[in-house]
Ligand binder design. Structure first.
Ligand code: KIV
Ligand code: ZN
Length: 525
């Protein structure tokens, strides 16, 4: 028997690794996805949607690795109603402590006619068959009628009722294109509860996109209407304008708990760190004025506000920075700190690093500590996540030389390790040192990557701050991002470019595979 549910608890279903990863340019490797999943578990989310296993071997591998290594949260994989999708999701989550399969099909006529080129009758049959097939693998099955808020309510109700009859345990109502409005969504869900009495026996969930900036407001409206699961993503990542931002919905329910009467099981103190980790690994910067986790979310600029906060914090603050973990940048290590101190500091930050990974982290820590007097928690986070970015499926930077002068065009030579373990070198004379390095990397790999965006940030304040670079490239028709961290901006840029190029090559290969013939479609009963 599953434990009795607290009727006031809103389950947090995190889709950063699935819908979030569908944001343009994001391409996470398995180690990066695992690190994010471990952090999501520390954050205390209830469900991790770890990927869409049928879409690529990389996605499958990541869902499988997360299922095997991340305990506590439910781990789910997404699947269309196709038999092959469900088989793949089932295999990927098989070793999870608490596996779930999440299957979906559109119920709006716009999608049925134009995208699926099918009929309502067929959609109803596919939904039934898919849930029944998934139930053959796992007890916990979620069903989503995609584009529900633009679909005829009565038809969506019929499909949801069929999914419940087949054993779905969660019914998720997606506002796929971010079209609904809070009062409309409340009314929609109210009517759905009337038409589908079985909804009272399952978890009702909402999944809102942010095309009109209403994702969090609509999710909240869903909770007020009775939903007890919210699908959201860290930093609001997701298709187009993104999903409901996890940190915003969590802090809304936390801050107004007394008035709303609903709560989550999230450890809010981990919110800022989770946001930083996801931002760093995806290359999606958090805007300074972003609610809850933005750099300025607790900064007071006007004299009147500063005066008020100095006298009494609550004059201008409805949340405390410590509650969301935005106070974490205490100095942790100095130049003479040893391996043991580094390991302990990393453990405090939630990173379990040992063996070769600890040796590498220690080597990089020493390089940084030689140049920087004080190494902070933020530096350590940046350093460890930087190490996760290289894996043996991509190129890795070995070394570079660059000759720069105001009298001659700069010339760079780079050496890279290929996925097969060989060293390749390339040279180029460019318009500037960064341009010369980037083009030398193209020459070494033989890949004609084009620079689309290049950004440099400092990890912390101060002249000796670590530099963090972010690069977006167009590679073989794919947009791909990469990041790099180092005390030397040129080295950080070279690392970022190499990773973006590797991501682009991986994406191009996955796109080729996706273009292969469609898998078998589930039978309509
Ligand atoms: O936006 C959407 O409809 C989705 C579904 C797969 C739940 O992401
Ligand atoms: Zn979505």
């Amino acid at each position: 028997m599953p434990p009795a549910r607290d009727p006031d608890q809103v389950l947090i279903f995190d889709t950063t690794l699935r819908d979030g990863e569908q944001s343009p340019g994001i391409s996470l490797n398995v180690a990066e996805k695992l690190e994010i999943a471990h952090q999501l578990a520390r954050l205390g989310v209830d469900v991790i949607e770890a990927g869409f296993p049928i879409t690529s071997p990389g996605d499958f591998e990541a869902v499988q690795a997360i299922s095997r290594q991340v305990r506590e949260p439910i781990i789910t994989g997404l699947a269309r109603t196709h038999v092959a999708d469900i088989d793949s999701a089932a295999q990927a989550v098989r070793d999870a402590e608490r596996p779930r399969i999440h299957t979906f099909i559109s119920t709006s006529d716009i999608h049925i006619v134009h995208q699926l080129q099918s009929t309502r009758e067929d959609v109803l049959g596919q939904a039934r068959a898919a849930v029944a097939h998934a139930k053959g693998y796992v007890e916990d099955v979620e069903f989503s009628p995609m584009d529900a808020t633009r679909a005829e309510l009565e038809f969506t109700a019929e499909v949801c009722a069929a999914a419940i009859e087949e054993g779905a345990t969660t019914i998720n109502i997606p506002d796929t294109v971010g079209y609904t409005m809070p009062q409309e969504f409340t009314a929609y869900l109210g009517r759905l509860y009337e038409l589908v009495p079985g909804l009272g026996d399952v978890v009702v969930s909402v999944h809102c996109h942010d095309d009109l900036g209403l994702a969090v407001a609509n999710s909240f409206a869903g909770v007020l209407a009775g939903a007890r699961q919210v699908e959201c993503a860290v930093n609001g990542l997701g298709e187009r304008a993104g999903n409901a931002s996890l940190e915003e919905i969590v802090m809304l329910l936390h801050t107004r708990r007394a008035d709303v009467g609903a709560h989550t099981g999230v450890n809010t103190h981990e919110l800022a760190r989770t946001s930083r980790l996801v931002s760093r690994l995806t290359g999606y910067v958090v805007q300074p004025n972003k609610a809850v986790v933005g750099r300025n979310a607790f900064a007071h600029e006007s004299g009147i506000h500063q005066d008020g906060v100095l006298k009494e914090r609550t004059t201008y603050e409805i949340m405390d920075a410590t509650t969301v973990g935005l106070d974490a940048n205490s100095i942790v290590l100095g130049k003479h700190s040893g391996r043991h101190a580094l390991r302990q500091a990393l453990e405090e930050l939630g990173f379990n690093v040992s063996g070769q990974a600890l040796n590498t982290a220690f080597k990089r820590f020493k390089e940084i500590a030689d140049k920087k007097k004080q190494v902070t928690a933020m530096d350590l986070e940046a350093l460890v996540t930087d190490e996760l970015r290289d894996d043996d499926t991509g190129y890795a930077l070995e070394w570079f030389d660059v000759e720069a002068s105001s009298r001659r065009p700069p010339h760079a030579t780079v050496a890279l390790r290929t996925p097969d373990g060989d060293e390749v070198q390339g040279s180029f004379t460019g318009d500037g040192p960064v341009d010369a390095i980037f083009r030398a990397i193209n020459a070494a790999t033989g890949v004609d990557a084009r620079l689309r965006e290049f950004r440099v940030d400092a990890v912390t304040g101060g002249q000796d701050a670590l530099g963090e670079t972010s690069v977006v490239l167009e590679v073989l028709g794919q947009s791909a991002a990469g990041q790099g961290v180092a005390t030397d901006i040129l080295e950080a840029a070279a690392r970022a470019y190499t990773r973006a190029l590797s991501n682009g090559v991986r994406r191009a290969r996955a796109a080729e595979q996706a273009a292969a013939p469609e898998p078998e479609v589930a039978q309509t009963p």
